[in-house]
Design a protein around this ligand. Structure first.
Ligand code: ADP
Ligand code: MG
Length: 489
């Protein structure tokens, strides 16, 4: 075997290096007004059991009718994942008993999913590009929810979610580290949000992942995997992978064997624990749902949806680098969220794009993060930030004053130009005014003047004093030039 290149992703065990292998099954709730096979609303937060049609409650004799918008959303998703769209797909019954599943089966797609193989590109922070294969995307119904905390001796069931459309997006086992798994889910979420096919709200459970993890010696065949169910934050996905890989390595090195099983991640403990042994497909007795014909789509429908796809994160990133001259990292940050990209483009229009990127990424995003606010409701609008940049570019205010101005606009709103006038925030470039300040400082500190003449580096002290005396409004370059002239250095 040829000598493998050193691999920073490998994990160290007591007996040597290990490689972790990860594949994800992501459940993404489809953005649609109505459920997959009924007209009941999908809106979040309603009173329990107020959004349940007779179909969702599985009343005898009810027939499912496919919601075409959910089909279009799945096709858009497939196109966004550069995947093969299957013009013919089949809905199957996946049979199992659970109190939150009144039908006794979930309608899903098994052998013939609506979307076939595709891929997602990850640009890792170290510059590496990782291509993750998509195995398939299929449509299925969500189940209801059991409520165990409403009554001391009884459990209740809320069927509002029963029948809501989910897309199950299955990756190939192409991920090799916790960081790659996190980057994959972040990228997938970004693509879905751009497409408008899922809101990606992980806190509400609208995007959640089953994380499959195995370990192997580098170069060996895949090991036995465990599946960690329903992890609902990107950070937890990273922690679950790390803990699970370590658990498996320790177990194997102690002479044990991994058994394929379903596990749960406990965020409080940061560890996974066994839930049940893995069920096999035959346990579900899949068969085509006799109430639903195979789904046949016209090629024109797919072509039409393809023609209407929005610009997606990879394309937007490439355009930002090309048209605005942004570095890859900045372009990545600005294009992860569609709303941030739009905000940036508003600010950058007709202005210096690098300054715009800098302000959006550092000042604005930093401030929004701190207060947990979304850029869509940013207290400083793109027009206001643009005006602040104009004031800097015109030399009306310094960069330092601009930060103060940003704070004022953030908390009080208003037109930045007017605020600068009203509050007297203009940068002083007027030579005579600055000269007066400098003369006063020199007169009060004759010893410092002597020292600065001997050692011109000490001029910095005078610049600092002059800036302070002017309330930060003196133009530092002007102060510097003037001082050098005055002190003859
Ligand atoms: P099943 O049909 O039992 O759910 P699949 O073959 O569809 O199994 O795989 C489910 C998920 O598990 C996929 O995301 C796949 O990438 C991942 N996976 C498969 N084999 C492994 C492995 N050895 N290690 C880690 N993940 C794996
Ligand atoms: Mg599976």
């Amino acid at each position: 075997m040829s000598k493998a290149a050193p691999n920073r992703k490998l994990l160290k065990g007591a007996t040597g290096d290990w490689e972790v292998v990860i594949g994800l099954e992501v459940h993404a709730q489809v953005n649609s007004e109505a459920k997959l096979f009924s007209g009941a609303s999908t809106a979040f937060g309603a009173e329990p059991n107020t959004q349940v049609s007779l179909v969702d409650a599985a009343m005898p004799g009810m027939l499912p009718v496919i919601n075409e918008e959910c089909i279009r959303q799945a096709v858009r998703t497939g196109l966004g994942l550069n995947a093969k769209i299957n013009l013919r797909s089949v809905f199957d019954r996946k049979n199992y008993f659970y109190p939150d599943l009144p039908q006794g089966y979930q309608i899903s797609q098994y052998k013939s999913p609506i979307v076939g193989e595709g891929e997602v590109r990850l640009d890792m922070p170290d510059g590496e590009t990782v291509t993750v294969g998509i195995e398939r995307v299929h449509l299925e119904q969500d189940a209801g929810k059991l409520l165990h905390d409403q009554h001391p001796t009884m459990s209740f069931v809320d069927l509002n979610r029963s029948g809501v459309a989910l897309m199950e997006i299955v990756s190939k086992p192409d991920l090799r580290s916790a960081d790659e798994a996190k980057a994959y889910v972040a990228k997938l979420r970004s693509i879905l949000r751009y497409l408008g096919t899922c809101d990606g709200d992980m806190e509400k459970g609208n995007l959640r992942a089953d994380v499959n993890v195995s370990v192997r010696r580098p170069g060996e065949p895949f090991g036995t995997r465990c599946e960690i169910k329903n992890v609902n934050s990107i950070r937890f996905i990273g922690q679950a992978v790390e803990h699970e890989a370590r658990r498996q390595i320790d177990l194997i090195e102690d002479g044990g064997k991994i058994v394929q099983e379903t596990r749960l991640f406990d965020p409080a403990k940061g560890e996974t624990r066994a839930m049940r042994s893995k069920e096999e497909a035959h346990d579900y007795r899949y068969f085509p749902d006799p109430d639903l014909l195979p789904l046949e789509m016209a090629p024109a429908l797919v072509a039409d949806l393809k023609a209407q796809l929005p610009e997606l994160p990879d394309q937007k990133k490439a355009r930002f680098m090309r048209d605005y001259g942004l570095a890859a990292y900045d372009a990545d940050v600005l294009t992860a969220e569609h709303a941030a990209a739009a905000y940036f483009e508003d600010v950058a229009r007709g202005r210096d794009p690098k300054a715009a990127a800098n302000w959006v990424i550092n000042e604005l995003a930093g401030r929004l993060n701190k207060e947990g606010k979304d850029i869509l409701v940013s207290p400083v609008s793109s027009a206001q930030l643009g005006a602040i940049l104009d004031l800097i570019a015109a030399g009306t205010i310094s960069g330092k004053i601009a930060k103060d101005l940003f704070e004022i606009v953030w908390s009080d709103g208003g037109d930045p130009h007017r605020i600068v006038e009203q509050r007297g925030m203009r940068q002083v470039t007027d030579l005579s005014a600055i000269e007066k300040v400098v003369d006063e400082i020199a007169a009060a500190n004759p010893d410092k003047v002597e020292q600065a003449r001997a050692n011109p580096k000490l001029i910095g002290w005078f610049v600092g004093q002059a800036m302070k005396a002017s309330g930060g409004k003196a133009n530092p370059q002007t102060v510097n030039d003037l001082l050098k002239r005055k002190l003859g250095v």
